[in-house]
Design a protein around this ligand. Structure first.
Ligand SMILES: [Ca+2]
Ligand SMILES: [Ca+2]
Length: 97
């Protein structure tokens, strides 16, 4: 039940977010999110399996693997992780992260 609510909320956020996100500052560089994601993505396929996600301890930031997989395809993509990250880290200088 809770997951459904989160997924709906994230879907709405993602829709609003998609139009402006990629024009913002930090575009073109390696962001903190990308860095975290790449470190967790052990096989480098651009998606985190549950084993990779939990192996990197990402659930300790407060979002379980199942909540991070927004579209339910069984892996967490960088876009999904970025969306979650932005929700939990309201806009501020990425250099502080
Ligand atoms: Ca992977
Ligand atoms: Ca997914």
């Amino acid at each position: 039940m809770r997951r459904t609510l989160i997924t709906l909320t994230l879907s709405l956020s993602l829709t609003l977010f998609a139009g402006t996100a990629w024009a913002g500052p930090g575009c073109g560089g390696t962001s903190a999110v990308q860095h975290i994601f790449d470190a967790a993505d052990e096989d480098g396929d651009g998606a985190l399996t549950q084993a990779e996600y939990e192996g990197a301890g990402l659930q300790e930031f407060g979002v379980s693997f199942f909540d991070s997989d927004l579209d339910g395809d069984g892996v967490t993509s960088l876009d999904e992780y970025q969306t979650l990250y932005d929700m939990h880290h309201p806009k501020r200088d990425e250099a502080e992260v």
